[in-house]
Design a protein around this ligand. Structure first.
Ligand code: SF4
Length: 380
């Protein structure tokens, strides 16, 4: 299968691991953040941590779109469906994210709210056309990867003259979140990260150019990597080489899909429909300036926040939940006391256990048993 099998070749993976082992400098630590949940998933699924030499440590980042959505935004979506009587269309993962009062969109649906799972925003538009007597709201979430589709669907709604369709826009921006990770400790030089495995799908849209200023300013190398196991291993090797040589630039491992400029047509659509929000509340990161989009005044009719006068309320995560620390790269899923006991993919307490891209869900599915023998050895 072209572009898949050749990036899962075990022999090449072993060779890459051997090269990595020779190039990692003894006694030196390489703390690398995989920003994207897709990379977290690939690392867990293919057991890549077992191939990394001591000294190379992978830190989960906040790049799972479902995980970074704060409780207050899910609460608002529930209110739309339950109190305003709209048909709320949402992607599947969002349905199960815990909200306030023991609710989730799925539980609200069970209680009678008209919440519908869709595969694309196009489905939401179709539902609006099929139900001209009902208000239909699309719960738009995601990074730069999904934003162009939402822009297109808003423009399609405008072209069709639909008056019963709007979007609850929660689209967020990657470079701003990376900057926030560096700035949130006060002094960027105190952030214990040596490099970033850069997002794949996001970069197909925005290109790798937007990370260049980041790498230069913070002296942190960034390697844009695909989601297959060899992509990730190769990008780790490229980061180790940069760190060894004292370089901090953006390199592109994912050359088969990413260019410096990205997808200009998609960027133009996004710019036509959206503008920057001054601030957006991220789960785990808190208020991040210039890190999200809102719908431009020209398309105000299609902006659910304006149409329904929605006001955002900040809601803290449950006390036991360590999602915030995990999304900031401070903790590992195993550090959460409820991981794998009270909190499981079937019964998530926090957002990181919901989507397969979430760090807790990835670790639960592929890695949770690995630590049991280690604990046994320690206690022996
Ligand atoms: S195990 Fe559950 S509660 Fe704990 S950090 Fe992960 S998602 Fe949050």
């Amino acid at each position: 299968m072209k572009y898949i099998d050749e990036f899962r070749d075990g022999d090449i993976a072993r060779k890459l691991a051997a090269t990595l082992a020779t190039e990692v400098q003894p006694g030196r630590s390489y703390r690398l953040m995989e920003f994207c949940g897709g990379h977290t998933h690939a690392i867990s699924r293919y057991g890549l941590l077992d191939l990394l030499p001591p000294g190379v440590q992978m830190i989960h980042g906040p790049g799972c779109p479902v995980c970074v959505l704060p409780i207050g935004r899910i609460d608002s979506a529930i209110e739309l469906a339950r109190d305003k009587g709209v048909i709320l269309c949402t992607y599947a993962d969002t349905l199960r994210v815990p909200a306030s009062g023991g609710l989730s969109l799925m539980r609200a649906k069970a209680q009678g709210a008209d919440v519908r799972m869709v595969y694309s925003c196009d489905d939401a538009l179709r539902i609006a056309r099929e139900h001209p007597d009902r208000e239909v709201v699309f719960f738009g979430i995601g990074f730069e990867t999904t934003t162009p589709m939402t822009a297109v669907v808003i423009q399609q709604a405008a072209a069709l003259g639909l008056t019963n369709f709007s979007v609850f826009c929660n689209h967020v921006l990657t470079p701003a979140a990376m900057v926030h990770i560096m700035e949130s400790e006060g002094d960027p030089s105190r952030v214990a990260l040596d490099g970033f495995v850069g997002p794949a799908h996001v970069s197909t849209v925005i290109g790798y150019g937007p990370y260049e200023g980041f790498a230069q300013h913070y002296r942190k190398p960034v390697v844009i990597a695909g989601f297959e196991p060899l992509d990730v291993l190769q990008s780790i090797l490229m980061l180790v080489r940069q760190i060894n040589e004292g370089r901090a630039i953006v390199e592109n491992e994912f050359t088969r899909a990413v260019t410096r400029e990205g997808n200009r047509k998609a960027q133009a659509r996004v710019a036509e429909v959206f503008e920057l929000r001054e601030c957006f509340d991220w789960r785990g990161l808190g208020e991040v300036p210039d890190s999200a989009l809102r719908i431009r005044a020209e398309y105000a009719t299609y902006d659910a926040e304006r149409r329904y006068g929605m006001a955002y309320r900040q809601v803290p995560d449950p006390k036991a939940c360590e999602c915030a620390a995990i999304l900031r790269g401070h903790k590992h899923p195993r550090d959460c006391k409820v991981f794998g006991t009270v909190c499981t993919p079937d019964h998530p307490i926090g957002a990181c256990m919901v989507s397969s891209e979430g760090a807790c869900a990835a670790h639960y599915t592929y890695g949770r048993f690995k630590e049991i023998p280690l604990r046994a050895e320690v206690s022996a």
